[in-house]
Design a protein around this ligand. Structure first.
Ligand code: PPS
Length: 597
């Protein structure tokens, strides 16, 4: 046995505890024990415990300065695995300790020791003691005894580890101690002691035996003192962790050791972090609300929302799944465009292209609709005419920005001389309830241009545009028809509503005579823009004015807009040329421009 133990000793961490065959049956209830010991008390205590309780024949090699021990049940033996730096052998027969003995590869073992401590987080063990319910009475008693013995053993280890050893560790051990982050005690007893088995708490004499020398030490848990009541859960009171008191919380059979001050510190830190985060969010919100652009955006959106309502009211109770949202989305760009346009014109003024008689005027002609009718094309063609000055973007003054006032509106317009016509286009005007009255208020002589197109094609164009931005919208058919098989059209859908040109026209005719409205065919604008809208269309005049090359017409295809063929730079140049030598680009006078309308 000694030979064997010596051989095992060479393997440094494996030691055998021999168990009498008579007790082997009971022992198989014990699968594994992890523990830790120090100061040479572990093995004697283990021995005392088991001997005193189970009368087992055990030979124990004890650890000195050991951090962890493991007892693993094998067939007829328990193997005590010690993670330690030094060893002393304890002979139970004569009760003497052998002299301390240095281990090989001490450093690596120390690493191992730390690793064990961290890996287990001082998870002291998993005895996994099972009480076999169908076992005989004797077996049960034996099992219970062993269970109890080991339970006590763990308790002792815990005390060694956190009670005495925390204060009595040698320097080597002490330096590892701060690395231990958390202490967790776990008991895995499948079966309640006491209640199920009727077993009493461990007898006091056992405790005295185990802790004979330690019991006087006030660092030990109170239950280890002879005068202290023995608790059923076997672990109680306050232990030391890093020299500070620890709190125990009993959760089912698991017992967690939570260093209270540690937790409190963490909680405190967490609260501080939370407050900081809250403050940062608060600051961010405050900052956002003070950033001019964002604020402007939010105000604009607010206005837009209101304006959208306004627009919707013109369409009755229409389902506006398309139009207004798009308009809102595009508005930022529009205003950038407007500002860009105005700026470009101001630049012109700076470079001397404008003469002093020019001023900004309210529009005399407006393309009021309809959306997706071809309004952009018409405006771009018209503004090539030297006597037409137009805002490139859609001002949406009469439907969304009316509260900004006419001066604001005028400021958006390009400068023009007396003979020139100022124009703008906003296709949503045609379907917006209040717009006819508002334009009429501005000037009852305002010329109104409406580009109309087959309502179905228009609706499809409208839908397609929205779908390109929002692919998730329902299908065109499902939006158009109330009942597809019956062919019932849903006239509440805005895309359909906009196409009901006659209905909207009635509203306009309440304020303007028919002669003041010009209806342009969107289809003809595509198929034959030169002649499509009359022999004296703006396009033919522009062509006469020397801009024919700007309209490379291919039959059946829409005419490319000037930007598409020449680029914005060239268009700007063209306008500058118009200004430099108006006569060259001026086939007719203002009267002729008026005649177009
Ligand atoms: N010459 C030329 N250049 C560009 N686009 C042209 C032109 N002529 C007509 N169209 C068709 O007009 C449709 C766009 O209409 P709008 O400009 O009124 O649209 S918007 O309301 O301003 O968004 C759009 O229709 P769809 O293509 O069916 O969507 C354009 O194709």
């Amino acid at each position: 046995m000694r030979l064997m133990a010596a051989r095992q000793e060479k393997s440094i961490r494996h030691f055998s505890i021999w168990v009498p065959a008579a007790l082997a049956k009971a022992q198989h209830h014990i699968t594994q024990i992890n523990g830790c010991g120090c100061e040479g008390r572990t093995a004697p205590s283990l021995w005392s415990l088991i001997k005193g309780t189970c009368d087992m024949f055990i030979r124990v090699y004890v650890s000195v300065h050991a951090l962890a021990a493991q007892v693993i049940r094998k067939e007829n033996s328990l193997t005590l695995v010690l993670n330690q730096t030094k060893l002393r052998r304890f002979d139970h027969q004569d009760g003497k300790m052998e002299p301390e003995k240095d281990l090989q590869a001490t450093d690596s073992l120390r690493e191992d020791v730390v690793a064990v401590g961290l890996r287990a987080e001082l998870d002291v063990g998993q005895p996994d003691v099972q009480l076999q319910r169908n076992a005989g009475q004797e077996d049960l008693k034996s099992a219970v005894s062993i269970n109890q013995a080991f339970k006590e053993l763990w308790l002792f280890y815990f005390n060694c580890m956190f009670g005495l050893s925390a204060r009595n560790l040698g320097d080597d051990l002490r330096k590892f101690w701060p690395k231990i982050k958390r202490a967790t005690y776990r008991f895995y007893f499948k079966g309640e002691f006491g209640e199920e088995t009727g077993l009493e708490p461990p007898p006091l004499n056992l405790i005295h035996t185990v802790c004979g020398s330690c019991a006087k030490d006030p660092g030990f848990a109170p239950w280890q003192r002879s005068d202290a009541p023995v608790p059923k859960c076997l672990v109680t009171g306050t232990q030391l962790f890093h020299g500070r008191p620890m709190e125990y919380s009993l959760i089912l059979q698991n017992l967690h050791v939570v260093p209270s001050s540690h937790v409190k510190n963490k909680l405190f830190l967490f609260c501080i972090m939370l407050s900081l985060w809250g403050y940062m969010i608060y600051c961010c919100v405050g900052y956002c609300s003070t950033v001019p652009n964002l604020a402007h955006g939010s105000v604009s959106r607010h206005h837009n929302a209101a304006d959208t309502d306004n627009t919707e009211s013109s369409l009755g109770a229409s389902r506006d799944l398309l139009n207004n949202e798009n308009d809102l989305d595009g508005k930022g760009e529009e205003w950038d465009e407007i500002r860009g346009e105005v700026k470009a014109l101001d630049d012109n003024a700076m470079s001397g292209f404008l003469n002093e008689s020019e001023s900004k005027k309210l529009p005399q002609a407006i393309i009021i609709g309809v959306k997706k009718g071809g309004t952009r094309a018409l405006l771009e063609f018209l503004r090539l005419h030297p006597d037409i000055r137009a805002v490139g973007a859609e001002p949406h003054f009469f439907d969304r920005n009316y509260d900004k006032g006419l001066e604001w509106y005028r400021e958006l317009m390009p400068t023009s001389s007396d003979g020139q016509l100022t124009m703008e286009k906003t296709p949503s005007y045609y379907v917006t309830k209040d717009v006819p009255a508002r334009i009429h208020t501005m000037s009852k002589y305002t010329k109104l241009i409406v580009v109309v197109r087959d309502p179905v094609t228009r609706a499809i164009s409208d839908y397609t545009q929205t779908r390109s931005k929002k692919p998730d919208i329902p299908s065109f058919e499902s939006l158009t028809f109330k009942n597809l098989s019956a062919g019932l059209i849903d006239t509440t859908w805005s895309a359909v509503q906009i196409g009901m040109y006659a209905k909207h026209l009635e509203r306009w005719l309440q304020y303007f005579p028919m002669e003041q409205l010009l209806f342009v065919s969107g289809e003809r604008l595509i198929s034959d823009p030169r002649r499509g809208n009359g022999p004296r269309s703006g396009l033919s005049r522009a062509e006469e004015g020397g801009h024919g090359e700007a309209f490379p017409l291919q039959s059946g295809k829409r005419l490319p807009l000037p930007q598409e063929t020449r680029g914005e730079q060239q268009t700007t140049l063209l306008r500058q040329n118009q200004r430099q030598d108006p006569s060259k680009y001026r086939p007719g006078g203002r009267a002729e421009v008026k005649g177009l309308l």
